[in-house]
Design a protein around this ligand. Structure first.
Ligand SMILES: CSCCC(=O)C(=O)COP(=O)(O)O
Ligand SMILES: [Mg+2]
Length: 242
C-alpha cells in the first residue's frame, strides 16, 4: 500500500519507534551522537561506581570481545565504533542515555520530531488512543526526549516507555509479547509504527498491527516491508480507539 489513500486503523495503544519514524536519523546520529561522543570517557570515569555504568562497561567488554581488564580508552574505542555504525548495543544505549538525559536537563540539547508527528500524536491522544514508545534509545533518554520537544513537553501524551532492557531486542517477537503483557492489551489491539523491516516482521509475528514508515532521506527509505502497509507521514494514517 502507498500513502496516496489514508490508512485507517483501530487500536487501543499506538507504540512508536523513534529514529526514522517520529524523528530524523540524521538528527540523532548528528546532534545527539556528537554530544555524547566526547563525553563518554569522562562519564565512564566519573560514574564508575554507578551500577548501571559498571554493568554497561562490563557488558561492552564482553560483547566486543575485549580482555576483561580492558581500560577505559579501549572501551570508549568500542563505543565509538558502535556509534560510527549505529549499532544499537544496549551498553552503548545505557551510557548515551545517561549523557543525553544530563544534556537535556542542562538545556544543551533538544529533541527533533518530523513536522507531521506532534499534531497527530496530540489528536490521537485527545481521541483516547494510548501512546507508548519502543526504541533502542534507553528509557532514561526517551523521557527527556519527549519532555524537551520543539513543541514543549509531550510526556503527558505518553503512557509507557520501552527499551531493549525492559522489553528486549526490537527484532524479536518475544519483546512485543512482553510489551503487550505489560500494557495488558491484546496484541491485535496494538499498532507499532516503525521504519525498520526487521522490527516490522517481529511485531507482526507477535500478532500486532504494524505500519511501516518509509521516509525519504531516512536509512530504510524504499526498503521491502513485506506485507505491512507503508506510508511516509503520520498524516497518512488515522488511528481510532475501539
Ligand atoms: C531517545 S533519543 C535516542 C534514540 C536512540 O538512541 C536510538 O538508537 C533510536 O533508535 P530507534 O530504535 O528508535 O530506531
Ligand atoms: Mg527506527
Amino acid at each position: 500500500m502507498t500513502d496516496t489513500a489514508p490508512l485507517s486503523l483501530t487500536a487501543r495503544t499506538l507504540v512508536v519507534d523513534l529514529e526514522g519514524t517520529t524523528s530524523a536519523a540524521g538528527f540523532i546520529l548528528g546532534d545527539l551522537y556528537d554530544y555524547a561522543r566526547p563525553r563518554l570517557q569522562s562519564w565512564l570515569d566519573a560514574h564508575a561506581n554507578d551500577a548501571a555504568v559498571a554493568e554497561a562497561r562490563a557488558q561492552a567488554i564482553v560483547d566486543a570481545g575485549l580482555p576483561s581488564g580492558a581500560d577505559t580508552e579501549q572501551v570508549v574505542g568500542v563505543l565509538h565504533d558502535w556509534m560510527a555504525q549505529d549499532v544499537k548495543a544496549t551498553p552503548l544505549k545505557t551510557l548515551q542515555g545517561q549523557i543525553w538525559a544530563e544534556g537535556f536537563r542542562r538545556g544543551e540539547i533538544n529533541s527533533h520530531f518530523f513536522d507531521d508527528v506532534i499534531p497527530r500524536l496530540r489528536a490521537w491522544h485527545l481521541n483516547g488512543v494510548e501512546i507508548a514508545v519502543f526504541s533502542s534509545g534507553s528509557v532514561t533518554s526517551q523521557v527527556p526526549w519527549f519532555r524537551h520537544s520543539p513543541d514543549g513537553d509531550l510526556t503527558p501524551l505518553i503512557t509507557d516507555y520501552f527499551d531493549t532492557v525492559n522489553a528486549g531486542p526490537k527484532k524479536v517477537a518475544s519483546s512485543y509479547d512482553a510489551i503487550a503483557a505489560r500494557l495488558g492489551v491484546d496484541p491485535g489491539e496494538l499498532v507499532f509504527f516503525t521504519d525498520n523491516p526487521d522490527e516490522v516482521r517481529a511485531a507482526q509475528n507477535a500478532g500486532w498491527q504494524v505500519v511501516a514508515f518509509s521516509r525519504e532521506g531516512e536509512p530504510f527509505f524504499g526498503a521491502d516491508f513485506g506485507t505491512a502497509p507503508v506510508v511516509s507521514s503520520f498524516e497518512h494514517v488515522e488511528v481510532t480507539a475501539p
